[in-house]
Design a protein. Sequence first.
Length: 84
Amino acid sequence: MNDISITEGNAGGFNVTMSNTTTGNVTVQYVLTAGSAASGLDYTYTGGTFTFAAGTVSGTIPVSTIQDTIFEGNETFTITLSSV
């Protein structure tokens, strides 16, 4: 997973990859955690389960940001993967 940049008010996504394909689906839990960006003010909190379909090694976890009228520098949040 790599860092991404999303213009405030737009949607984007984190590209996630596995090193090998599998014959069955693979699930991973994910959660967004605030850094300098605040959940509900700068981005829409998201968390849940992402599924890699059998035979695939990549996918995208969607993220939405929230537009406001306050000038701010770059802000950050983190996505954490667990329970593969």
